[in-house]
Ligand binder design. Structure first.
Ligand code: XMP
Length: 507
């Protein structure tokens, strides 16, 4: 295993992903992880990430300098490279020229890091500080016009550093450099695969859980489903999954989830049909945050009641994945919408410990694991769906009639997108029932019905998004079908705003 030591850089997730793409298992740990813990893990190598600080500022994130004496190969990236230099006695200062973007560097091919890399290659720089003079024992193995020390090494101690970012795609031979570090320097065996991860995890879970009881709040989303199936493969019916149907799911979704879990997997599956309770509490509520709050509270109540029937359980499963860990840990952004369910199901369930089998995986890795476990593609590639469900896609107050209209319109929209083969390339797409009614004509009749808005975005991280350019003919077909097949809808609009300034959901 390789450790990525996190100094707060924006590309940390990418580094971990690149390492795993090289078939080496890696975990991201915070920079303050103790020396003892690192010794205990005994990684084959450590990668220091970038970060926004300056090493010479008071309070800048640092690490125990003894780390450099453990004999473990280290690669410092950007801030990580500066930190290594600083701690080992070199000089880091503000660069005369701030470098940002594509830069040509010249590399020394005799460095293990640059085996087989073109002598002149393009990389991605993003830094204000630079290494003025390397620490004793280090030599410079790459330079650019404005950065005379773009990479350093002390090969005898297996210490390497690069000022640029090999993990981003703009560094054309970045993956090769990381590969070189992992294989030439760390001598990793490269035998990590997703199937070995799932197998290992199931084995570990089996040992950990023993003959104890496990409880899972299943949402039907990818993460909680993969986590649940993993546990069920480990301990079968010792796992109880509670699936709360709040009546705000997409059309047929509740039945589909039930069918998959009852027919394909060996778990105790409890479906709670709590629609009426949710509808009742939502009557007359139109403010989005109020809706979220009510649904969140009611969900907890329903879950609690069901959990009580089961009694004390030993473990509670959560489908937390790595980006959630980062977001909740470093969540410094303002609350635009109170959506993140991380931290999850708290103290109201009587359990002893939380299990998070997917904590170290990225979304695409969770999907791979899901396929390995035999979960149907339909569920594995399901687009994200917000916890409050259709409640935040019906503008204004919610009624069972409006829910039915939206479910039908959204179903048609999804069906046509899938038929057009666009379902995997669009990050998220759904229909919104606006509270706008307008005049139309159908047959010879005047209508006064709802406007449905169609939303589709492409995005990698859901923090920013662009509207998807769905071809007109497909949009036309969808519009036609919805107004013809769904009663009380007589107008369709397509949302062409990005995020920002809009958000993905309408509420
Ligand atoms: P926004 O609308 O904030 O959405 O651009 C970004 C992503 O978050 C999802 N989202 C939610 N997920 N509970 C959730 O579990 C919520 O209340 C919620 N609101 C938005 C949204 O679907 C998109 O994927």
């Amino acid at each position: 295993m390789v450790i990525v030591l996190d100094f707060g850089g924006q590309y940390n997730q990418l580094i971990a992903r690149r390492v795993r793409e090289c078939n080496v298992y890696c975990e991201v740990l915070p920079y303050y992880t103790s020396l003892d813990r690192i010794k205990e893990i005994a990684p084959k190598g450590i990668i220091f990430t970038g970060g926004p600080a300056s090493v010479y500022e008071p309070g800048a994130p640092s690490c125990d300098p003894e780390l450099f004496s453990l004999g473990i190969p280290i690669l410092g990236i950007c801030y990580g490279c500066q930190l290594m230099t600083y701690l080992l006695g070199g000089k880091v200062s503000k660069a005369p020229l701030r470098e940002y973007g594509r830069t040509t560097i010249n590399v020394n091919n005799s460095s293990k890091l640059f085996y087989d890399v073109s002598p002149e290659t393009i990389c991605w720089m993003s830094h204000t500080d630079y290494i003025e003079s390397p620490a004793a024992g280090f030599t410079t193995v790459a330079k650019s016009d404005s950065c005379p020390i773009a990479a350093i090494e002390e090969a005898s101690r297996n210490l390497y550093g690069v000022q640029f970012h090999p993990e981003v795609v703009h560094t054309q031979e970045g993956t090769k450099m990381l590969h070189n570090f992992l294989y030439e320097v760390c001598e990793c065996s490269g035998d990590w695969r997703m199937d070995s991860f799932t197998e290992e995890m199931i084995k570990t879970l089996k040992e950990k859980i023993g003959d104890k009881q496990v409880l899972c709040a299943l949402s039907g989303g990818v993460d909680s489903s993969v986590a649940a199936v993993m546990i069920s493969k480990a301990v079968g019916k010792q796992l109880t999954c509670i699936f709360v149907d709040h009546g705000l799911l997409r059309k047929n979704e509740g039945d589909e989830v039930e069918e998959i879990f009852t027919k394909q997997f060996d778990v105790n599956f409890v479906r709670v049909n709590a629609q009426e309770r949710f509808y009742k509490r939502l009557t007359g509520i139109s403010e989005p945050e109020e809706k979220r709050k009510i649904i969140g509270e009611e969900f907890i109540r329903v879950f609690e009641e069901e959990a009580k029937k089961i009694g004390t359980v030993d473990f509670l499963v959560q489908g937390t994945i790595y980006p959630d860990v980062i977001e909740s840990g470093l969540g410094k952004s303002a609350v635009i919408k109170s959506h993140h369910n991380v931290g999850g199901l708290p103290d109201y369930v009587d359990f002893k410990e939380i299990i998070e089998p997917l904590r170290d995986l990225f979304k695409d890795e969770v999907r791979k694991a899901g396929l390995e476990l035999g979960i149907p593609e339909k569920l594995v590639f399901r687009q994200p769906f917000p916890g409050p469900g259709l409640a935040i896609r019906i503008i204004g107050d919610i009624t069972p009639e409006k829910i039915a209209i939206l479910q039908d319109a959204d179903y048609i929209y999804r069906e046509e997108i899938a038929k057009a083969g666009l379902d995997r390339s669009i990050g998220q797409y759904f229909a919104v029932l606006t509270n706008l009614r307008s005049v139309g004509v159908m047959g010879d009749e005047r209508t006064y019905d709802y406007t449905v808005a169609l939303r589709a975005v492409t995005t990698t991280d859901f923090m920013t998004a662009e509207f998807a350019e769905i071809p007109w003919d497909i949009l036309g077909k969808i519009s036609n079908r919805i107004v013809n097949e769904v009663k009380h809808v007589n107008r369709i609009c397509y949302d062409i705003t990005g995020k920002p300034p809009a958000t993905i959901e309408w509420e």
